[in-house]
Ligand binder design. Structure first.
Ligand code: ATP
Length: 361
């Protein structure tokens, strides 16, 4: 059982002046696909490199399949890593690149190794490339070879470090599907690092969101999207980002009004109770662009600053706050400077404590 357990894993650099990974604990189940996502510098790569054994933790521990591997050398861990820059040997052929890891990590005969490489190459659709060197391959082909090299070793755990970042958008989409298919077929426990929230939302069973070295939230993509634990996660997950408006709460648990000089929104249900119970006055009201609707009457008055067509939808930039966007159907097309009214359902309202950023829901 190749579970991966990180227990208060910490990595400091520069004599503690940089805390790259700040006491991260995470359990990855056998066969699970977890995507670690966060902005640049949040500690994703360092976390992955510690799991691979390429970086040693300052404190905390790593277990793979129940075994404490914290002090084990990288080559003694049964993990295979796929890198953004492919990390192929330039002077070896594709076949030699794939076979190299096998020679290092198993005691198979030459014929058996050859057979395994052939099988994997077929699975990856790269049989034709086996005699080429990396210099003769496109970016997509190189990444396929790098994946093949990881797969052929039949490791307990796959580690992916932004493997698709160097590919163009179309190829990235194809490769995403392919990696998911392979992971599903092989059932190998996988940890996939990316800074791209869209990639993270579409790949993997579970997300682990990092910021400033700290784990912010873990959960299924849909759950994280619907119930972000704090304002950072709410803003990071989803595109365009969640709108947030600073408001002040007044009222009691039978009804709460959230207002500022441009917005007034009445809460009456569960959310009113939550705000009243928390006794917090300064709140950031979050609402996703896709949850904002244009209505004829009874909504919040606003002015359209910009209309940005994006294919099937229009993004309306409204003067409710900086970069406040309503994502509406393309046939809703007000002109710039038009006065319109917008609304959103109470169930789509997110509420964050303005001071701590924590969700009140
Ligand atoms: P990116 O997506 O930009 O690669 P990341 O989320 O993977 O970012 P890390 O590369 O893990 O982040 O870096 C986390 C923090 O640790 C950053 O502040 C980085 O500058 C710092 N850091 C990483 N490696 C070292 C090192 N060898 N020496 C000093 N600081 C480092």
């Amino acid at each position: 059982m190749a579970t991966v357990t990180l227990d208060t894993l910490r990595k400091e650099f520069d004599n503690g002046r940089i805390v790259a990974v700040d006491d991260v604990s995470l359990d990855v189940a056998d066969g699970e696909f977890v995507t670690v996502v966060g902005p640049s510098g949040c500690g994703k790569s360092t976390t992955l490199r510690m799991i691979a054994g390429l970086e040693s933790p300052t404190s905390g521990s790593i277990r793979i399949g129940g075994e404490d591997v914290t002090d084990l050398h990288a080559r003694d861990r049964d993990v295979a890593m796929v890198f953004q820059n492919y990390a192929l040997y330039p002077h070896k052929t594709v076949r030699e690149n794939m076979a190299f890891g096998l020679r290092m990590s198993t005691d198979l005969s030459k014929a058996e190794r050859r057979e395994k490489v052939d099988e994997t190459a077929e699975m990856m659709g790269i049989e034709e490339l086996l005699d080429d060197t990396p210099g003769e391959l496109s970016g997509g082909q190189k990444q396929r070879v790098a994946l093949g090299r990881a797969i052929v070793r039949e490791p307990d755990v796959f580690l992916f470090d932004e493997p698709l970042s160097n590919l163009d958008a179309k190829l990235r989409t194809t490769m995403r599907t392919e990696i998911q298919r392979l992971q599903d077929e092989l059932g190998v426990t996988s940890i996939y690092v990316t800074h791209d929230q869209e990639e993270a939302m579409t790949m993997g069973d579970r997300l682990a969101i990092l910021d400033g070295g700290e784990l912010q939230q873990t959960g299924r993509p849909k759950d994280v999207y619907e119930r972000p634990r704090n304002e950072f996660v709410g803003g990071f997950v989803g595109s365009p980002s969640m709108n947030t408006l600073p408001v002040v709460a007044s009222g009691d648990d039978s009804g709460v009004t959230l207002s500022n000089d441009r917005v007034r929104y009445d809460l009456s249900g569960e959310r009113a109770r939550r705000v009243a119970d928390a006794g917090v006055e300064d709140i950031h009201l979050g609402v996703r662009p896709e949850d904002v609707r244009v209505v004829d009457s009874g909504g919040i008055d606003t002015v359209v600053d910009v209309v940005e067509p994006v294919g099937s939808d229009n993004y309306l930039y409204l003067d409710l706050g900086p970069d406040f966007i309503a994502r509406v159907d393309a046939d809703v097309e007000p002109a710039m400077d038009d006065r319109i009214q917008v609304t959103f359902d109470e169930r789509d309202v997110h509420l964050f404590d303005a001071r701590t950023g924590d969700s009140l829901l």
